[in-house]
Design a binder for this molecule. Structure first.
Ligand code: RNT
Ligand code: ZN
Length: 421
């Protein structure tokens, strides 16, 4: 796109938003503080580097498709992430899973991982001025095969996962310490059952016990922030998930951890956007896993849809941007994986920008005065305001490709790098 056109369009957009008392320059400055955490697992379909050719196994999360060019080594993964970030305005973080360490070709079991396996990533992130987030990996492992990890009734299995998760928090805290920005550590476990269980109670008690053991080790808030992620159901855990929403909301409030809201993890008519103002009354911070569920927790590439918009609007309307950690969580192997990152991250940025461009004061005034027609009319009019021109200008300002120019960049990378792998 031509620079003059982008600038001219921005000027016009700026004037139109000014009529609503919105300062677009200010909004773009605020957008710069919204750092989205890129989930490393979109580069390789949640395979990891424990052994050559690792694939996502078990746990009820699925990546489907066989688009060529998936990252098979850490170097390829880093190149893909650099490429994706070069096409994204603003600043990003990186979200790693424990299976993505540099294990030097040896099989290091999950209860043996150490900081040294992630030092390469810390250095990589440091060189880019980025923060790192971290996750224990309680799936794709023989000791997760019978469906229970931290909630297992088998003490050997439960202890193994407690040890793994403790180590992951320790590694996360070290990442936060070295990088000068707290690392968010997220716990998600696949535990649940396909058929109706009779003893849900013991499983949930086991999970609580494991979490208590794990969180007994304290780290400074400036190094580590803990979060727990619930789910409604998964493939293989259709009838009951041990770590349900009720379970973790209770746990998080009582123990002052964060709660992870993955918008693929609720009944399709439930809106995560609606949960934000409730949960923020009781916990200090939350973690988002932004995704696009299609019928189920399908982890499709995030797009600029109403569900995402409501999440962003509610956060902005609650003035809670500083209390929300934003992560992405989708994995689609059926299309260009770097393209998937860029589409998803840009939609998330656009949703927050859209929310920041809302004349909230006017809307609230209408609401308080019972002027519901005017509220609805203004909300509808906002949908066709030139927010695209504001985002284009943001890309230009950040020296990243504007509009469809990024598509060409991705296609070039596909031809020159991905198809040659
Ligand atoms: C699974 C959870 C979890 C994972 C990642 C890979 O349903 O959403 O967050 O997707 O940890
Ligand atoms: Zn998730």
């Amino acid at each position: 796109m031509k620079k003059e056109i982008i600038e001219k369009s921005y000027q016009l957009a700026k004037e139109q938003y000014a009529e609503l008392d919105i300062d677009t320059d200010k909004v773009l400055a605020e957008l710069d503080n919204i750092n989205i955490s890129l989930h490393c697992w979109q580069t390789d379909d949640v395979g990891g580097f424990e052994k050559a050719g690792s694939v996502l196994g078990g746990g009820g999360i699925q990546a489907t498709g066989n688009f060529p060019g998936k990252a098979k080594t850490i170097d390829q993964m880093r190149a893909d992430l650099d490429k994706a970030m070069s096409l994204l305005p603003g600043k990003q973080r990186l979200n790693l899973h424990a299976i993505y360490g540099e294990f030097g070709g040896k099989l290091i079991d999950r209860d043996q991982i150490e900081v040294k396996h992630f030092q390469g990533w810390i250095d990589w992130a440091k060189a880019r001025g980025m923060g790192l987030d971290f996750n224990c990996t309680c799936f794709s492992h023989p000791l997760a095969d019978d469906g229970f990890t931290l909630s297992s009734k088998d003490e050997k299995i439960r202890k193994f996962w407690v040890e793994h998760t403790k180590r992951c928090r320790m590694i996360g805290a070290e990442m936060g310490k070295q990088l000068g920005t707290p690392s968010v550590h997220n716990i998600w476990i696949p535990d649940g059952s396909k058929d109706t269980p009779v003893d849900r109670n013991t499983l949930r008690k086991q999970l609580k016990k494991s979490l208590d053991e794990i969180f007994a080790v304290k780290y400074p808030k400036e190094h580590l922030k803990d979060s727990v992620e619930s789910k409604l159901f998964g493939i293989g855990s259709e009838s009951m998930v041990v770590g349900s929403h009720d379970f973790y909301v209770g746990y998080a409030i009582k123990n002052n951890t964060m709660i992870t809201l993955d918008n693929g993890h609720f009944h399709p008519t439930e809106q995560v956007g609606d949960k934000i103002s409730s949960i923020l009354n009781f916990v200090d911070e939350i973690l988002l896993h932004l995704t696009r569920g299609v019928r189920w927790d399908s982890d499709h590439v995030l797009t600029f849809n109403d569900e995402l918009l409501l999440i962003a609007q509610e956060i902005v309307r609650c003035k809670a941007l500083k209390r929300v950690n934003i992560g992405l969580d989708f994995f689609d192997a059926s299309l260009n994986r770097i393209g998937a990152y860029v589409i998803g991250t840009r939609s998330a940025q656009m949703a927050f920008m859209y929310a920041l461009l809302e004349p909230i004061k006017t809307l609230v005034k209408f609401e308080e005065e019972g002027r519901t027609f005017e509220r609805l009319a203004l909300l509808e009019l906002l949908r066709t305001m030139p927010f695209g021109a504001v985002y284009d200008y943001y890309c230009l300002k950040s020296k990243t490709p504007v509009g469809q120019d990024y598509i060409n960049e991705i296609m070039k990378y596909e031809k020159e790098v991905l198809l040659k792998r």
